[in-house]
Design a protein around this ligand. Structure first.
Ligand SMILES: [Zn+2]
Ligand SMILES: [Zn+2]
Length: 318
């Protein structure tokens, strides 16, 4: 079986790029790097590689078993049909969009994905901040439709590896905007800064991996504004550089909530959005956004369309 992890070959490039950005930050943006934060991010990167080695191999064998039940067959050898590769890459990126969106909207998956967001800094080392606990969510199952369509698990893993490599360079403040056509189609530093922001306007936006078009198609796109300073991190900041706390804090919080909740609400603490509580005592990204809208007089597009329709259609009023 071929080596299915192109990411490990990119590590030397990652290291050189981080060092170059550190040098840039020293002169242009000293607050971009905080040594203890960078160390935690690097430990996340290293640990996730180990965890990936331990659990990723297991997943690939499960997927190869599922591949026997594929609907289409792309030739005698899975790698021989060249056009299957770009198709697989694009569909895998669509899959990434939904895994990532679920990672923000289902607490069980957020408990793992929060690791990528818990830095209050935004630089190339943030990209290496990958979860250790992804195997304990059901995120991998999102690949099943692709496998059943007939894409070989190794092909999907290779495409996923290149997808992750692409996402490295967008974790920077050193690049302002790319050319317009590029910003329109591709995920960029500007779009992804929005994704890492805690500003109410930006919460749960821009889930894209490589192509930003998915966010535009599914209504989760928000453009970066020049008149709004970004606050990076998570709603309730970690407030420490303790690595183990950074890895497990949301798992601990979630298990505690499930333990304390009345029986009929226990499952909701696992499957509903982060911040959800059965007595409504906490904030979710939706309630934060609603409050911000009410405060600033912002209405969203659906509301404004609904209002226009109400005015345009007198029958509705009668
Ligand atoms: Zn995210
Ligand atoms: Zn990111």
């Amino acid at each position: 079986m071929p080596d299915f992890s192109p990411t490990q070959y990119a590590v030397p490039l990652f290291v050189i790029a981080v060092l170059a950005e550190m040098l840039w930050a020293k002169f242009r943006s000293p607050q971009a790097y905080e040594p203890r934060d960078t160390l935690v991010s690097l430990a996340f990167g290293l640990g996730s590689t180990v965890a990936g080695g331990l659990f990723g191999g297991l997943a690939i064998y499960l997927f190869i078993a599922a591949y026997d039940y594929r609907v289409f067959d792309f030739g005698t050898e899975w790698w021989s049909i060249w056009w299957a590769w770009p198709l697989c890459f694009v569909l895998d990126d669509l899959k990434y969009y939904w895994v990532h969106r679920a990672g923000h909207r289902i607490r069980w998956m957020w408990a793992s994905h929060v690791n990528h967001h818990s830095s209050q800094h935004y630089n190339l080392s943030t990209a290496l901040r990958q979860s250790w606990t992804g195997a304990f969510t059901f995120g991998l199952l999102f690949a099943l439709p692709l496998i059943l369509l007939g894409f070989h698990p190794v092909m999907i893993a290779i495409c996923g590896g290149f997808n992750l490599i692409y996402q490295f360079w967008i974790h920077t403040e050193a690049i302002d905007r790319m050319p317009r056509w590029f910003e329109a189609v591709m995920n960029t530093p500007s779009h992804h800064r929005v994704h890492h922001a805690t500003n109410p306007r930006y919460l749960d936006r821009n889930y894209a991996g490589v192509f930003i078009i998915w966010d535009k198609m599914f209504g989760t796109f928000e453009a970066e504004r020049d008149d709004e300073q970004i606050r990076y991190g998570i709603i309730k900041q970690l407030g420490s550089f303790n690595l183990l706390w950074a890895v497990f804090h949301e798992w601990i919080g979630m298990i505690g909530d499930i333990w304390r909740a009345p029986w009929k609400h226990k499952l909701s603490y696992l499957l509903r959005e982060p911040g959800w509580s059965h007595d409504g005592s906490r904030d979710t990204s939706d309630t934060i956004r609603q409050r911000w809208r009410a405060r600033t007089g912002q209405i969203n597009q659906t509301e404004s369309v609904a209002r226009r329709n109400l005015i345009a259609d007198p029958g509705e009023a009668a």
